[in-house]
Design a protein around this ligand. Structure first.
Ligand code: SF4
Ligand code: SF4
Length: 147
């Protein structure tokens, strides 16, 4: 075995030593491990964590959204789709369709920042959004208002 080959062997042994050291440490100090036993254990979310969206309601139960399209315009991922309608009392406009394609969403929060009515929030703390069909991941106004 020439000199370069001997060095290579030394480095392999040194790498194995590092792995062994971590293995022993993890066995005897499991409470200090940086990983979680997900999904049994859940991470504690920071206060301002941006989770799944929700739409806010007025006191009479109607959407607070006035269909101003600010959120749709601000969204960099083009995932919000709104249709405006008239309120029954003839006052402000109201969203009659409000869809968020969560598959496209990058959770930037621009929609929340852009809203002048505090009508959309990302404070649900929900982030486990996987589903078995793509259509289920386009959230409509009923879903966003009530769940
Ligand atoms: S969080 Fe960002 S990407 Fe998602 S809907 Fe809002 S603006 Fe669009
Ligand atoms: S910015 Fe607010 S009020 Fe305007 S359409 Fe979006 S959710 Fe509705």
């Amino acid at each position: 075995m020439n000199a370069p080959e001997r060095w290579y062997l030394i480095e392999v042994l040194r790498g194995m030593g590092v792995s062994l050291r971590h293995l022993v440490r993890n066995i005897f100090h499991q409470d200090e491990m940086p990983t979680l036993q997900y999904p049994e254990e859940k991470r504690i979310l920071p206060e301002r964590f941006r989770g799944r969206h929700r739409l806010m309601k007025r006191e009479d139960g109607t959407p607070r959204c006035t269909a101003c399209f600010c959120c749709q315009t601000a969204c960099p991922a083009d995932c919000i789709s709104i249709e405006a309608g008239e309120r029954e009392d003839g006052g402000e406009k109201v969203a009659v369709r409000f869809d968020i394609n969560i598959l496209r969403c990058v959770f930037c929060g621009f929609c929340v920042e852009a809203c002048p009515c505090d009508a959309i929030r990302m404070d649900t703390g929900k982030y486990e959004l996987a589903d078995d069909r793509r259509e289920k991941l386009i959230y409509d106004i009923d879903f966003l208002l009530n769940r």
